[in-house]
Design a binder for this molecule. Structure first.
Ligand code: NDP
Ligand code: KPL
Length: 379
């Protein structure tokens, strides 16, 4: 990339994740960062209340400084320039993806780089089956598995609480492209404008970017999925802070993880067979997935990451149930239930995750009903 060249990157979903990414792109690259809002009203609100600036408090830095950077351009469907989009980041909640993308579909084509930065699984299937159904006009797709932790406080300020990086890889549109050669990574690093931007040395170091093959990213995505499949619904259902359940969560985590892994092993068979087929072949990276994604290892990893490292955190799903917002359960435990059905597995094979999903939905419904009808326990 020449010094004068400026990459434009649109961000659809300027919430916690959109903001943490936008700030570091503005700090460490010369990219033109363009947030896309849902409506003229939300765009005007951003311009009025923030003075066209994105801000975040870096809690992990000495003195917790509040960083603010001006945004040169921001748009919404009504004001959009109607030019093709080169690079698009999607940082909405998973269940908001389709609605958010719809107004911009005429400007997304086979030359667009689209990166999903979201938790959970299932959005790839949604893009294939409901959004980009014409195989000839599909964007180049990427996934970011992000482990940074950001929450919005009562004053509306985003707080970057945990620095933990992001794994990035190109997503395959077909199952046959699931296992990638190292050359795919090298080619994108040299020729793809989005990857070039995300791997610019200063930005990549400061944001913690790890660019890899799909199978390497996927193993990290399944790992993170298991963390979310345990931590998010259980903290929401019990209405507790992550660390409060550290001494007693082992049995329920074991049931959730064991069932998820049995289903994921069928759905992602090429990944679980990777080691015996590809390790030792220089064209592919070596991986040890079967040592990492075991029930006992994952129960201790989920407990360590969820309840110990994030002990003082309130999970994103619990936060959503407290603020009466929709929850991402269909893309976490609900995803495993849909997989079991799509794979024609015995309905009993997903009964733990089905029950956990139903209880999380019930928790949200109960909180919503109490906000209207009052809390009967206090009467
Ligand atoms: N927060 C965290 O620490 C982490 C979050 N994640 C994952 O990242 C993803 C994003 O989460 P997070 O950033 O926390 O979510 P937020 O709710 O903070 O942000 C979502 C943003 O999307 C915007 N949005 C929704 N619908 C539209 C639309 N139709 N058009 C334009 N913008 C829209 C929302 O705007 P509006 O206000 O108008 O609704 C909001 O600004 C989730 O999948 C989450 O699980 C992953 C790791 C950590
Ligand atoms: C890691 C964890 C569970 C931290 O709370 C998280 O990812 C979330 O809250 O969504």
């Amino acid at each position: 990339m020449t010094a004068s060249h400026r990459t434009t990157i649109h961000i659809l979903g300027l919430g916690a994740m959109g903001t943490v990414l936008a700030i570091d792109l503005l700090r460490f690259t010369n990219a033109l960062v363009v947030p896309l809002f849902r409506s003229q009203e939300r765009l005007a609100q951003f311009q009025r209340t923030s003075g066209n600036k994105v801000s975040i408090r870096k809690l992990y830095l000495e003195g917790s400084p509040l960083l603010s950077y001006p945004v040169e351009r921001s748009e919404c469907p009504e004001t959009f320039s109607k030019k093709p989009i080169s690079n698009l980041v999607v940082t909405t909640k998973t269940y908001q993806t389709k609605e958010a993308l719809t107004p911009y579909l005429p400007y997304i084509n086979e030359n667009t780089n689209l990166i999903l930065i979201q938790n959970g699984l299932g959005v790839l299937e949604l893009l294939k089956e409901e959004i980009f159904t014409d195989a000839k006009n599909r964007p180049r797709l990427f996934q970011g598995v992000i482990s940074h932790g950001v929450y919005q406080d009562k004053a509306g300020i985003f707080n970057h609480a945990g620095w933990a990086g992001m794994k990035v890889a190109r997503l395959p549109w077909t199952d046959e492209q699931m296992i990638q050669k190292r050359s795919v990574v090298a080619d994108d690093a040299a020729n793809n404008s989005l990857v070039e931007l995300l791997t610019e040395p200063t930005f990549a170091k400061e944001f913690g970017i790890e660019h890899s093959t799909y199978q390497e990213m996927l193993s990290g995505q399944l790992f993170k999925f298991l963390v979310n499949a345990c931590m998010n619904p259980i903290t929401a259902i019990l209405d507790c802070v992550n660390g409060e359940m550290i001494d007693s969560c082992g049995p329920v985590f074991t049931s959730i993880i064991d069932e998820c892994l049995q289903i994921l092993r069928v759905a992602y068979k090429p990944l679980f067979e990777y080691q015996e087929k590809f390790n030792g072949n220089k064209e592919y990276p070596d991986m040890d997935i079967n040592a990492v994604l075991t029930t006992s290892n994952m129960v201790s990893e989920v407990t360590r990451i969820g309840c110990d490292i994030n002990s003082k955190n309130s999970s994103s799903m619990r936060q959503d149930t407290l603020f009466l917002r929709d929850i991402e359960i269909e893309y976490i435990n609900g995803y495993v239930v849909r997989l079991a059905s799509n794979l024609n597995l015995d309905p009993n094979s997903c009964k733990v995750n089905k029950t956990i999903k139903e209880l999380a939905d019930l928790r949200l419904a109960l909180n919503r009903s109490r906000s209207i009808n009052g809390d009967w326990r206090k009467e």
